[in-house]
Design a binder for this molecule. Sequence first.
Ligand SMILES: [Fe+2]
Ligand SMILES: [Fe+2]
Length: 318
Amino acid sequence: MGHLPRPRGPISEGIISALSGGALPSAGVTDPFGEDLQLSLYVCYELHYQGFSGVDSGWEWDPDLLRLRLDLERVFLGALRDGVPGGDDVEAAIDELMTDAPGGVSHFLEDKGELWHLREYVAHRSIYHQKEADPHAWVIPRLTGQAKASVVAVEFDEYGGGQGSAMHSALFCDLMRGLDLDDSYLAWLDDVPAPMLAVVNLMSMFGLHRSLRGALVGHFAAAEITSSPSAARMTRALDRLGVEETVFFTEHVEADAVHEQVMRRDVIGDLLRREPELTADVVFGLQATDLVEGRFAAHLLGAWDAGRTSLREAADAR
Ligand SMILES: [Fe+2]
Ligand SMILES: [Fe+2]
């Protein structure tokens, strides 16, 4: 369970104070990728995961909060749909992800990253990897046949093949401790800016809506497809920086080479044979993942190129 974060604008302030006993705000028009909307969504979604200490778990299904969340989701979803090319060519959307052009965050870390860059990157990603695989688990009851069975097979690996200490979320916490970073749940939430919040909010939104199950499958596939080469670069970055706790990334080099194939052939392939009308949603999920990850990478590299921290408050990560 995490601690409630500090607000970043009027909506997140209203939600956070409502969770502590105040009245809920109305959404109003707001920047779809801005701090206030992204933190508000993150807080709303967290109620469906482990929640916050001191917040009544009944808030998860509070109708007024859900109505407000829906207003925020419409703004975010609309911006995502406007921000991607769309279409119904799944293979082309996958090919687009596989063009491994240099210039990404893992390339930076492999080539010239310093320890503080790596620690910041890990602090950012902790708000996802501490709940790794959880948003994708929500799609299981919404699938049938081979697609369902294959998602479960991938998730079985993500959850450590039945071994708690081998769950990818646990391996990530091992990495955090190896970098001398606080690995308690959501310890870095206040420090993580909107571009990283959006990466997690995308998967939470896709996971929680049955109507977006095609997009969730596209998102899951995009994550698995891009993971193995990027994890290989991260392994080399850790080696170069003398970090010994490398299991999180070495595990992903191996596992995600297989998961990619399973996602393409057995999950997307089988899903679209059964429900071909979901094709455009799968493409949307692939492209929207690329969009939010691209915005996150641009934020990090922009800050680092300027010699600045990419976190909101960097004191502990540097
Ligand atoms: Fe994983
Ligand atoms: Fe995986």
